[in-house]
Design a protein around this ligand. Structure first.
Ligand SMILES: [Zn+2]
Length: 224
């Protein structure tokens, strides 16, 4: 008898505890399961953001002189599935570590950070192109494996303005600049290699086709 009564009391206590827990859980109200802070990556530029981007009427190479003097392309676009150009100073090895990297065209910094997956530090600049440009209304230039970033998210940059320095992707590679040109308004660090070009254009071809245009309107940008 005593043990049956003890069991009944024990079960009652368990039920009361369960009911109290359930009531407490209900009283807390809804709890967001995912509360990550806003990430400027994985963001689509809105139509308003696109039309307020600075207009880029001319592009130059992001390393060396505006013509790319004293640099070479160690792994051109689409060689071995590469989605960009790997630009280096001509000294080889890590001699170009810390060299200045310049914005290829006027635009707005839409990503500046470390997205992971071997990218190291990365900057993405979005540019509005003149109406009728075959590359579309908006392109992004991507600068990766940087040693230093000297611009901030949201900042407007001039063509030729220093935005960072050449790095090693946090010690992953010999120093070089991984440089891409991407079409469209989707901001996403994504990947540097793929079986198809995805939304990437040949950086060298893109810039060669847009060098020299509109120089009289802008004047030469200072080189730091
Ligand atoms: Zn690369």
């Amino acid at each position: 008898m005593a043990s049956r009564r003890a069991s009944a009391i024990f079960i009652s206590l368990v039920l009361v505890a369960a009911a109290a827990s359930f009531w407490w859980w209900l009283a807390r109200g809804p709890v967001l399961a995912f509360t990550a802070p806003f990430d400027p990556a994985f963001h689509r530029l809105s139509p308003e953001e696109v039309v307020t981007l600075p207009l880029a009427v001319r592009f130059d190479l992001p390393l060396g002189s505006p013509h790319g003097a004293l640099t070479y392309n160690a792994r051109p676009f689409r060689i071995a599935r590469h989605l960009g150009d790997d630009l280096n100073g001509i000294g080889g090895e890590n001699s170009d570590l810390g060299d200045s990297i310049f914005a290829a065209g006027m635009g707005r910094v839409v990503y500046a950070g470390m997205p992971g997956s071997g990218w190291g530090k990365m900057i993405i600049v979005a540019h509005r192109l003149p109406p009728g440009d075959e590359a579309g209304p908006v392109v992004q230039t991507v600068y990766a494996h940087l040693d230093q970033i000297v611009v901030a998210h949201g900042q407007v940059v001039q063509r030729g303005q220093k935005i960072g320095t050449i790095g090693t992707g946090e010690g992953t590679y010999l120093a070089h600049l991984h440089f891409e040109v991407r079409q469209g308004p989707y901001i996403n660090p994504a990947e540097g290699y793929a079986d198809t070009p995805l939304n990437r254009l040949s950086p060298e071809t893109f810039i060669q086709a847009r060098r020299g245009a509109g120089a009289a309107e802008l004047g030469p940008a200072p080189r730091l």
